[in-house]
Ligand binder design. Structure first.
Ligand code: UDP
Ligand code: MG
Length: 326
């Protein structure tokens, strides 16, 4: 037996950081205790690694991490060449994590490490994805709460695979789920949507979201809005298809109205010269435009789905009868 086969399950903590010099030490100190408990929860030989992804910070973030690299084995820093955004940083972290279970976590301690043992327990019960649900968002502003609620509503109405409300990126992913995520080649990565798209048995663990421990949020309202747009356009083509139905309905109504105007003109005669011909031409052209838009939308939607190149399906396991003894 070699050294690795005697070692127990490995837990990877993936932490994207962008200009977080004040948070690094706080984070590493705060997570030490919960990680010890997590090792116990993992069972004999339970280990962990922490993978920091420096998302192009231009403050002392990287040097703060480098200063602590020697402190514990399995502490790693993946540096991106510039700021690519949290979702890209997370993707880099997932690709570099070696664990049997991988947990993305924010550095600001808004994802409390204390619930790691509960997440591990759910994983050991067979869940492939354990979502940490914010039971209480009172630390967020009312505007952020309201807009988040609206977003989840809109997304789940439109998308064929609903995302769980109030689940951030804080969750535990089994190695099989991480491997599937790493295989998805799409460029615009809306992680919340992908986490849900992969499927698998999912469980939830509730927690209260504390306020940021240090530093300031990197999200501006505008970037959250764009994030929501990416999420919806990246996960559903329903907004495109809308025009097919809307265009079809309006075209039908316009046709009926045009027939009515023509009939009226034939029966009752011309009251305003030019009105009948003008309105009929306008309606028919408008209707044609909408139908054509809908038609284009159908094709654009197909292109959008094809270029994502997601696998057709994800196999969880293949079961078959054991070999019969003859
Ligand atoms: N983050 C990142 N790249 C970015 C923005 C944020 O890696 O471009 C990291 C940030 O350092 C933190 C996590 O993503 O560890 C969550 O960011 P933040 O706390 O600002 O978001 P919020 O909790 O307000 O949603
Ligand atoms: Mg935060």
């Amino acid at each position: 037996m070699d050294a690795t086969s005697t070692a127990g399950p490995l837990l990877s903590i993936v932490v994207p950081v962008f200009n977080e010099e004040d948070s690094i030490d706080l984070f590493l100190d705060a997570i030490a205790g919960p990680l010890k408990e997590a090792h116990v929860a993992l069972g004999p030989g339970g280990r962990s690694e922490i993978v920091f992804v420096d998302d192009g910070s231009f403050d002392a973030t990287a040097s703060k991490i480098i200063a602590r690299l020697r402190e514990r084995p399995g502490l790693r820093l993946v540096r991106l060449s510039r700021n690519f955004g949290k979702d890209a940083a997370l993707a880099a972290g997932l690709a570099h994590a070696k664990g049997d279970a991988v947990v993305p976590m924010d550095v600001d301690l808004q994802d409390p490490p204390e619930i790691l043992p509960a997440m591990i327990a759910a994983w050991q019960r067979g869940a492939k994805v354990v979502n940490a649900v914010r039971a209480d968002r009172s630390s967020d502003t009312a505007l952020k709460r309201a807009s988040a609620r609206l977003f989840y509503k809109a997304f789940n109405r439109l998308s064929t695979y609903p995302i769980a409300a109030d689940v951030g990126d804080y969750r535990l992913l089994d190695r099989v789920a991480v491997d599937v995520l790493n295989r998805l080649p799409e460029r615009i990565r809306f992680m919340k949507g992908l986490f849900s798209w992969i499927g698998f048995r999912q469980e939830t663990v509730a927690y209260k979201r504390p306020p940021r421990a240090a530093g300031t949020t990197k999200w501006k309202f505008w970037s959250l809005w764009n994030f929501a747009l990416d999420g919806i356009t990246g996960s559903t083509t329903l907004p495109l298809r809308l025009w097919t139905y809307l265009g079809g309905t309006i075209a039908l109504a316009a046709l009926l109205f045009a027939l009515f105007i023509v009939g009226q003109t034939l029966v009752l005669g011309v009251d305003t010269p030019g009105y009948a011909s003008l309105i009929v031409v306008t309606l028919v052209m408008g209707a044609l435009n909408l139908v054509a838009l809908g038609l284009l939308g159908e094709y654009v939607g197909r292109i959008a789905i094809e270029v994502r190149q997601r696998p057709l399906y994800v196999v969880e396991e293949v079961l078959e009868a054991p070999e019969q003894p003859s």
